[in-house]
Design a protein around this ligand. Structure first.
Ligand code: APR
Ligand code: PHB
Length: 390
């Protein structure tokens, strides 16, 4: 078998890249380890930057998002018993974010791929990239007991943090930067109206909390928890008591509670691999970098990586120029590191660390208070939150 681009992984990175390539007439095959149902069962963040929504439109997969997504012009930060609004729209000269779950993005991209005849092999086992330091790379995989080989021009490693692409690179050729945080996020989804019209990020001496949503009738809430905690330690009642304790009293009183329909714990990590290109293999999205969810940047960084890589591939096939692909790693990393810094800063400013103590709490509150009394500081926050240009 032969194709132009083999894409490993059918998360948002792989699906978005695949769709842009297919629309442009560039042949590609996606190899995915899991089943389609399994990929669609994953629940992740839900804040899309305008660059991301524009790419979904460009891929022809933005229609339902435009219909059902919730455009937000701002969000709130709560600390020291009060709520303050960050006016994203006003501070950035008219930019906003779109609230639309990553699960829905994945769904829409899968539907579009099916409608346009894109090839995806689900439950592909032992996927392995080969020969990417030569002109003739290929990928092997197993399916239903048989081994297959696909020859290609390029391999896009869109297989997430635990994928095989990054692991296939010799250790001496790659440098890894990493920080693990000493806490996790316990997240729930409940069929209750969200407590506010917009998101609320809360700093509290008991720990961080986040009030998000999926629609006007479905809420997505998080509390910072211990890494030792198990989901079973957290009854719904305990969750609701804890999140209310971390919010200003007036907000806690307005909160509608109800049974959770999903509950899970995720660790927080910052991670970057350098470079993101190894000959004819490219790392894209979570395969190359991870951010803690506090700034909601994970999916958006995947989209900007896809932008740079797709533009490079298009240029290669249209003009036989490798300039765009040669610039991929450097361009993508420049944006990745700024989002890493922002996500680290949001995480550091809003969470309780083992060393925070009474002094650290006061410093966090002073920083947040400064933010709301300085237009320069709020503008810096807003322009990072809506997404830096690319
Ligand atoms: N072979 C084939 N597929 C694989 C392999 C493998 N060895 N390993 C992992 N995969 C698949 C996973 O099953 C998953 O479907 O690759 C896909 C990677 O998807 P994501 O982890 O969603 O990564 P990405 O597409 O880069 O999306 C980034 O999603 O992970 C979140 O927070 C992240 O929002 C960000 C966005
Ligand atoms: C979510 O809705 O899941 C969400 C929103 C904002 C974040 C993280 C997660 O920063």
């Amino acid at each position: 078998m032969r194709t132009q681009v083999v894409i490993i992984g059918s998360g948002p990175s792989g699906l978005l890249l695949g769709q842009l390539l297919t629309n442009d007439g560039i042949d590609n095959i996606i190899l995915e380890r899991s089943s389609q149902e399994h990929v669609l069962a994953r629940i992740r963040a839900g804040v899309l930057e305008e660059g991301t929504t524009a790419m979904l439109d460009e891929a022809g997969a933005g229609e339902r998002m435009r219909r059902e997504g919730l455009p937000h012009d701002g969000f709130d930060m709560a600390f020291d018993g009060r709520r303050h609004r960050v006016d994203l729209f006003g501070l950035t000269g008219g930019k906003r974010v779109m609230i639309y779950g990553q699960t829905e993005v994945t769904h829409d991209l899968m539907d579009k791929r099916a409608a346009t005849g894109g090839a995806t092999v689900y439950e592909a086992a032992d996927v392995a990239p080969h020969g990417f330091d030569s002109e003739r790379p290929y990928v092997t995989y197993k399916k239903d007991g048989a081994t297959f080989r696909i020859d290609c021009d390029f391999i896009a490693g869109c297989d997430g943090y635990h994928g095989i692409s990054r692991k296939s690179v010799p250790e001496t050729a790659i440098k890894l930067y990493e920080r693990a945080y000493p806490f996790g996020w316990l997240g729930i989804i409940a069929e209750v109206p969200p407590v506010g019209e917009e998101l609320i990020y809360a700093n509290h001496p008991r720990g961080f909390a986040l009030c998000s949503m999926r629609s006007h009738t479905r809420s997505r809430y998080y509390v910072q928890c211990s890494l030792d905690d198990k989901v079973d330690d957290w009854s719904d009642d305990r969750f609701w008591d804890e999140i209310r304790a971390r919010l200003p009293a007036a907000t806690a009183e307005q909160m509608t509670t109800g049974p959770s329909i999903e509950k899970s714990i995720a660790p927080l990590r910052s991670f970057v691999a350098e470079p993101l290109r190894f000959g004819r293999l490219f790392l894209v999205g979570d395969a190359g970098h991870i951010v803690p969810p506090t700034g909601a940047k994970g999916l958006n960084l995947a989209a900007s990586d896809v932008r740079y890589l797709f533009d490079g591939l298009r240029e290669f096939y249209a003009d036989r120029s490798s300039a765009g692909m040669d610039a991929y790693s450097q361009k993508a990393l420049a944006r990745v590191w700024k989002a890493e810094r922002f996500s680290w800063w949001m995480t550091s400013t809003l969470h309780k660390f083992p060393e925070t103590g009474a002094f650290g709490q006061k410093i966090q509150e002073a920083e947040l208070d400064y933010l709301f009394h300085s237009r320069a500081a709020s503008t810096a926050l807003a322009e990072n939150y809506v997404g830096l240009p690319y």
